[in-house]
Design a binder for this molecule. Structure first.
Ligand code: PLP
Length: 392
């Protein structure tokens, strides 16, 4: 059975060019990038090239890129790096939103337990934050605003430029979790006016377990880990040379193929959404009117249990998800969907489909057959849906 994978926001396959670029660093060029001998210097040169490639993707300077183990570490580093630097003379205050990934929300909650105050700003029905609400939430003790660029479940893009202008006037550090927008939406740290930005390799066709944190030159934050002098002591630990090379190559490909890939993705996603809306009654695109990254759609299917639909589609050979992969198995409905005003039932009846660079039109055609069939089967088993239909 040919499998159709529409879960690229959970993770992406490693791009063949990325794999090719990485392979020598597992074998012939395996040396430690901190060693001063020739093989070590070759590894160091590869790390520095990758730093330039990643910096170039986001309009940063190479020395502003710190390699990490992924998006979770980058988000934690940004939050605790700022909070710890601020010290405890005055409890620091953080501003974030109710829509963030758990790597930000749970870090904020941990910061609260250590005495910080956190404001969780609400978003509207389309998943968008009102930039003015950020302005009003700033207090004298506010040390950080952390707001994601694109949401992983809905794909909505927040108005970061506006927030960036506000925070610059108010002199508060600004972090964004750009894990889902990198390579899918134009990104320039200066246009966005951010001081800190998180990236993750495995959402960008590089491997899992590698990421980066952009730290603007003049930003003062503490390190999280203590150890050797790697990455100027800021993030100690022997560098994951092959992973770093992979992330660099992925950043280069993302920049090179950006225009064509984003257009292709938007066309396929729009065909997918229109196709489903015309074939299945009583469905709705969640946050469908917001500006979104081109590969993501989140759909509410009335009277269908989301997990049952994921399983039914899996049996037909199609992979998709109910919200974020890291929340799978959770009894609670997605906090993102309830944050945009869906009821618990509506949230549990919604699925995320996320397309990627290797999605084909044939796969979308397959999905447009498989999904209506699975929804019809599940609704036929639902007594409440059958009763309601009988009264129509
Ligand atoms: C928006 C967002 N932030 C952070 C992360 C965590 O990244 P990583 O898996 O690299 O730790 C994810 C992964 O799902 C994500 O979607």
């Amino acid at each position: 059975m040919n499998r159709v994978y529409l879960d690229y926001n959970a993770t992406t396959p490693v791009h063949p060019e990325v794999l090719d670029a990485m392979l020598p660093y597992f074998s012939t060029d395996f040396a430690n990038a901190s060693s001063i001998h020739t093989p070590g210097q070759r590894a160091r040169a590869a790390v520095e090239t990758a730093r330039e490639q990643v910096a170039s993707l986001i309009g940063a300077k190479p020395q502003e890129i710190v390699f990490t183990s992924g998006g979770t570490e980058s988000n934690n580093h940004a939050i605790f790096g700022v909070v710890n630097f601020a010290g405890h003379a005055q409890p620091p205050h953080i501003i974030t939103t109710t829509l963030e990934h758990e790597a930000v929300l749970n870090a904020c909650q941990a910061a609260e337990k250590r005495g910080a105050a956190v404001t969780y700003l609400p978003v509207n029905r389309e998943g968008l934050l009102d930039a003015a609400s950020v302005d009003s939430a700033i207090r004298p003790e506010t040390v950080l605003i952390t707001i994601m660029h694109a949401n992983n479940e809905l794909g909505t893009i927040q108005p970061l430029e506006k927030i960036g202008r506000i925070r610059r006037e108010r002199k508060v550090y600004f972090h964004t979790d750009a894990v889902q927008s990198a390579g899918k939406f134009p990104m320039d740290v200066n246009a966005l006016n951010v001081d800190l930005l998180s990236l993750s390799g495995h959402k960008l066709y590089a491997p899992k377990g590698i990421g980066a944190l952009y730290v603007r030159t003049e930003t003062r934050i503490n390190q999280l880990l203590y150890g050797g002098h790697h990455q100027r002591g800021f993030r100690p630990g022997t560098e994951n040379v092959s992973g770093i090379v992979g992330l660099g190559k992925a950043a280069e490909i993302a920049q090179r193929d950006f225009a064509i890939k984003t257009k292709q993705l938007a066309n396929l996603r729009d065909k997918f959404e229109k196709g489903l809306l015309s074939r299945i009654p009583e469905i709705r695109v969640n946050a469908g009117n917001a500006p979104r990254i081109p590969n993501t759609t989140n759909i509410f299917f009335a009277a269908v249990d989301g997990e049952a639909l994921v399983i039914a589609l899996d049996l037909k050979g199609l992979a998709c998800s109910v919200g974020a992969a890291c929340s799978s198995g959770a009894v609670e409905p997605s906090h993102v969907l309830t944050a945009i005003g869906l009821t618990r039932e509506e949230a549990k009846s919604s699925l995320r489909f996320s397309l990627g660079h290797f999605t084909t039109e044939t796969e979308i055609d397959f999905a447009l057959e498989a999904i209506p069939a699975a929804v019809a089967q599940l609704r036929a088993l639902s007594p409440t849906y059958q009763r309601a239909a009988a009264h129509d």
